[in-house]
Design a protein around this ligand. Structure first.
Ligand code: CU
Length: 229
């Protein structure tokens, strides 16, 4: 089922994929029903000599039906997706691992807390485009933008979130499989947009610790959370 999707390595990926499948099949079926009806009508009511066009005011019952049916369908989809939305977008599981992502034309700037465990201080470790995290660890992101709206998209994690200038948007993910995954920008943000991408490196804990030690990013593999304001 939907085997063309990128490999899912996210803790909440299966929920997203299930919703995606439901919406995909519902809208796909609707598409075919509408297009087939259109074709049938085109043939059925095509021009024929000696046939006069009829003038109609429409059919009230039919119009009410095709307004209410899709409305009910959309409300059902909204309820079906409610829990997933709350779990992924509204509740951030507790974690001591925080990375700040600042988008700018045309790079992702990643900031890790330094030895003091806080982001926004002089000892932060920053780098462009490469995001390193340990596997099976809840990673909290602080998403910011320096110029225009960008969208931080990690298809393998089923993660996508806009970064809006003037806002700090919290988000999270947990990667379940070590590997290297693409982070494209998914919001047209200027001339360099198509080249704007980074890479997510999901390491084993030991690998991550070694990387962090080398880069003074965070001593334990888990950086302390920045102070809540
Ligand atoms: Cu961008």
């Amino acid at each position: 089922m939907l085997s063309w999707l990128p490999e899912d390595v996210s803790s909440y990926g299966p929920q997203i994929d299930r919703l995606f499948a439901v919406i995909y099949y519902v809208t796909g079926a609707t598409f075919f029903i509408v297009q087939i009806t259109l074709l049938v009508f085109v043939v059925l009511y095509r021009y024929r000599p000696n046939r006069r066009a009829t003038y109609t005011h429409g059919n009230t019952a039919l119009e009410i039906a095709w307004t209410i049916a899709p409305a009910i369908l959309l409300v059902i989809l909204a309820f079906v997706s409610r829990n997933t939305w709350a779990e992924i977008k509204q509740r951030i599981p507790p974690t001591d691992f925080v990375v700040q992502v600042t988008a700018k034309q045309f790079n992702w700037e990643l900031a890790y807390p330094g030895p003091d465990g806080k982001i926004g201080t002089d000892d932060d470790f920053t780098m462009d485009n490469d995001l390193h995290v340990p596997v099976n660890k809840t990673v909290r992101l602080i998403l910011k933008s320096r110029d225009v709206i960008h969208s931080f998209f990690i298809p393998n994690l089923r993660f996508k979130q806009d970064l809006v200038p003037g806002h700090e948007i919290p988000a999270w993910f947990k990667a379940l499989k070590p590997g290297k995954y693409e982070i494209p920008c998914a919001e047209l943000c200027g001339f360099g947009h198509s080249g704007m991408k980074g890479w997510l490196f999901v390491h084993t804990q030991e690998e991550y610790d070694a990387w962090a030690r080398e880069n003074h990013a965070s001593p334990t593999g888990g950086a302390a959370a920045p102070k809540e304001s």
